[in-house]
Design a protein around this ligand. Structure first.
Ligand code: G4P
Length: 526
């Protein structure tokens, strides 16, 4: 197969949702329909196994949230589908943001009883900022949920997007009869059950088919009126609008009953775009360029506690990756030649032979690779768009046992590079500062320091409430600024200097006094 064909058959997307909407269930069913797993239950079982083997996942269990994101690859029809999971909890939104920079589309799962929820909105804003195309799945139609017209209306209002229904539900809860496929003009009859897969559902053709009206008189009457309305009022599906992130196709279903799942998977293959070009500082890189390039969007330490490894997740952006090939890290010009690069086929980590644009590969390393790193076959390239946000919450961190200071530093260095938390080293010395966007990040870090690094750390209050990275075109001016403000300067994981303030007014004063210095609330890469 040619490089062009390989790229054209890739689909890389993330699932986004508010916790409990059914993301895990849907993920599992997508894998099931793609034939990547044989029986339902294995994703959940794996979730459970992780809980058992990894202590820090207890936090996830206790709070019923999905802390870590993961990657799954499957083949469906002629396509290679890469699915990236995202943490649902808002305190991990930075991690999610970075995952979303690695996908070409998103699948949004909505709980039909709850409609659009807070976390869905936040994630959606991230997608909108990047014009990521979004497919919507309205889940749990087998429950007593909100009226479908209501849901559609809310989607349009809160998401600020046009909605193009592809299916329409007949009834809900115990009266859920199935969905009407608006484009195919047929009804797919609902039957409860987890073990069904494609090919065995009953289909009734045509809206005026007397059998539909006869078998489901109540549901049909309402649905018929709604469908007429939707056909009149809703905009037709417009591919260009969808690809620009301004219109979302909507599907109704019940993930737990395997219902409506195949339609979503087909939509991903038929509607979602293959990998596109990507901006780098130097130039734009096209996915079909023969030379390999990729960007590290996520680093995870100790994925498997029994191995104590550290994996850099890299999205291939162009060319062809082959096992054993030499790659250059653009940040420092170093060559690496990893032999044990892994892919994430159906839940297992497997050695990877080759990969193309859109694929996600995992490179085990010991700190050589950092978030935002660009790898190439030699050309110096730096992909843009992988941001770090200035933290909004700060805590000092100390070890209870002074003899463990080394472990603390080592642990924080790794967790900082992973992006789990931001670590600031005050220029004046003293307590390390942790910066986070969400409170839960602190808890996870303290927990992980203990379980993964054997280091009993405690948090201490700090007066700082803001940090701004500082840069200046004039190196000497920057040095003067740093020297004059030494007690307020701290360095982050990649040694970028930041100015710390206890309140906004202080920042304002500094900005006015030091005109040439630039203060940034966001940093892109080292
Ligand atoms: P998440 O990853 O988005 O957090 O959601 P998850 O799939 O874990 O689903 C959350 C709950 O919703 C689970 O119930 C799950 O079984 C249920 N669920 C998912 N899809 C459907 C659906 O189509 N219909 C109905 N009725 N329920 C659905 P739970 O009781 O919290 O967990 P469990 O005991 O079933 O594992």
């Amino acid at each position: 197969m040619s490089l062009e064909q390989e790229v054209a058959r890739r689909r890389t997307f993330a699932i986004i949702s508010h916790p409990d909407a059914g993301k895990t269930t849907l993920t599992e069913k997508l894998l099931l329909f793609a034939g990547a797993i044989q029986i339902a239950g294995s994703v959940k079982a794996r979730k459970a196994a992780r809980h058992a083997t990894s202590d820090w996942m207890e936090i996830e269990k206790q709070r019923g949230i999905s802390v870590a994101s993961s990657v799954m690859q499957m083949e469906y029809r002629d396509c290679v589908v890469n699915l990236l999971d995202t943490p649902g909890h808002k305190d991990f939104s930075e991690d999610t943001y970075r995952v979303l920079t690695a996908v070409d589309a998103a699948l949004m799962v909505i709980d039909a009883a709850n409609g659009v929820e807070a976390q869905t909105l936040r994630l959606l804003e991230v997608c909108r900022a990047r014009n990521t195309p979004i497919i919507t799945f309205i889940n749990k139609m087998d429950r007593e949920v909100r009226a479908p017209l209501d849901l559609i209306d809310e989607l349009e209002r809160t998401l600020g997007m046009d909605v193009a229904p592809f299916t329409w539900p007949l009834g809900m809860g115990k009266d859920f009869a199935g969905v009407y496929e608006l484009r195919e003009d047929r009804m797919r009859v609902f039957r409860a059950g987890e073990d069904r897969i494609s090919g065995d559902e009953e289909v009734l053709q045509g809206l005026d088919n007397p059998e539909i009206a006869g078998r489901y008189p109540m549901q049909f009457e309402t649905a018929h009126a709604e469908i007429d309305l939707v056909r009149d009022a809703a905009p037709p599906f417009d591919e260009a609008e969808f690809l620009a992130g301004r219109q979302t196709p909507v599907f109704f279903g019940s993930a737990i009953n395997n219902f409506g799942v195949k339609e979503v998977l087909d939509a991903l293959v038929d509607l979602a775009p293959p990998p596109g070009g990507r901006p780098a500082i130097q130039r734009r890189v096209e996915p079909t360029e023969p030379k390999f390039s990729g960007v590290v969007f996520k680093i995870q330490a100790n994925m498997d506690p029994s191995h104590r490894d550290r994996v850099a997740f890299l999205r291939v952006c162009s060319g062809h990756f082959e096992r054993g090939m030499r790659m250059k890290v653009s940040r420092n010009g170093k060559d690496i030649r990893p032999n044990n690069v892994v892919t994430f086929l159906s839940q297992r980590r497997e050695l990877l032979e080759e990969a193309y644009a859109g694929d996600i590969i995992g490179i085990p390393n010991h700190g050589t690779l950092q978030l935002g790193d660009t790898l190439t076959e030699g050309e110096t390239l730096q992909f843009t768009g992988l941001p770090f946000f200035a933290p909004e919450l700060f805590q000092g961190v100390e070890v209870r046992d002074p003899l463990k200071t080394k472990q603390l530093r080592a642990g924080l260095e790794q967790l900082g590079e992973e992006g789990a938390i931001q670590v600031f080293r005050p220029l004046a010395g003293g307590t390390l500062l942790l910066g986070a966007v969400g409170q839960l990040q602190f808890e996870v870090v303290i927990h992980r320091l203990k379980t993964e690094y054997g280091c009993d750390a405690r948090l201490e209050g700090t007066r700082y409430t803001m940090a701004r990275w500082v840069t200046c075109d004039d190196e000497r001016e920057l040095k003067r600024f740093i020297d004059a403000n030494a007690h307020r300067i701290a360095y982050d994981a990649v040694n970028a200097p930041a100015f710390l303030a206890t309140m906004r007014a202080e920042l304002k004063v500094a900005e006015e006094k030091w005109e040439k210095i630039k203060f940034h609330a966001m940093r892109e890469h080292a």
